[in-house]
Design a binder for this molecule. Structure first.
Ligand code: GLN
Length: 266
């Protein structure tokens, strides 16, 4: 069995568990999905989802539950497959801006800076049909739900510890750099950040109608990224009935587990 956890401290965790179950359907015997609230539960997981919600709250509760360090180890040292949606993406960023509500401690793992609440607060949510190339070229657009969503503002210089001048702004929170002595972590820094999806075309126009700023038409706002085993989306697939991204991500988890088992046998 492959065990996949959903961080269940705050936010839309039940929705993720439901869609994960929907995604595996008939093959459910091979998978176990658990809610994670303690370091012991985290230690059982082969993969982890960080749900949407409120990242400041989630981070505070994680700190109080003694989960922050175990989460950093899970993501940055063990490099087990991890997917963050919305608030979860914020926590997985190495750098984020503070909001009026303040900053928070980040887990990190993705060498990106995110801009929280990018689409403003006037009309804080919208749904837009997205083309997600990783679901396959002919896939139907994905009904993506954005709620006070972050975007990936920039990819940080490839690093062993962030080059702080690049991001040293007063409004910035930065995740503690990964332990550089660790061989696994060293290898992991070699992974590049891949842009998996941008907000462009019709989806960008819908976004523009509901926010205060105009979209970056040239490149499109970056709303999904992957770096090795760490994946993040600005939007909430768990709030739709569409399990395609969950199914895709579980295939990545499966591949990572197979790879680890193979290495273990050598
Ligand atoms: N804006 C929220 C935050 O900063 C994220 C919103 C969400 O997850 N829907 O944590």
């Amino acid at each position: 069995t492959i065990t996949v956890g959903v961080l269940a401290l705050q936010g839309a965790f039940i929705e993720h568990v439901n869609l994960l179950k929907q995604a595996v359907g008939q093959d459910s015997a091979e998978w176990e999905f658990i809610e994670v609230r303690t370091p012991q539960e985290l230690a059982r997981c082969d993969g982890l989802v960080l749900p949407g919600g409120e990242s400041t709250t989630m981070s505070l509760v994680a700190a109080r539950s003694n989960l922050l360090e175990p989460l950093r180890e899970f993501v940055k040292v063990l490099r087990k497959p991890t997917w963050g949606t919305c608030a979860g993406l914020i926590l997985l960023a190495e750098s984020a801006n503070r909001t009026k509500k303040g900053g928070q401690e980040l887990v990190g793992g993705l060498d990106v800076r995110v801009n929280r609440n990018h689409f403003g607060r006037q009309a804080e949510s919208f749904q837009a049909p997205l083309n997600l190339p990783f679901l396959g070229g002919t896939a139907e657009p994905f009904p993506a739900v954005f709620i006070r969503a972050p975007i990936v503002e920039c990819i940080l210089p490839h690093h062993k510890g962030i080059q702080v001048d690049e991001v040293d702004r007063e409004d910035t929170v930065v995740a503690p750099s990964r332990p550089t002595k660790d061989a696994v972590a060293e290898a992991a820094t070699a992974d590049n950040v891949e842009v998996m999806a941008t907000l462009s075309g019709p989806a960008a126009r819908i976004a523009t109608q509901s926010r205060n700023i105009s979209p970056d038409e040239e490149i499109g706002d970056v709303i999904a990224v992957r770096q090795g085993n760490v994946f993040g989306t600005s939007f909430h697939p768990e709030l739709t009935g569409d399990a395609r991204i969950h199914a895709w991500w579980l295939r990545q988890v499966q591949a990572a587990v197979n790879k680890r088992n193979k290495l273990g046998q050598q």
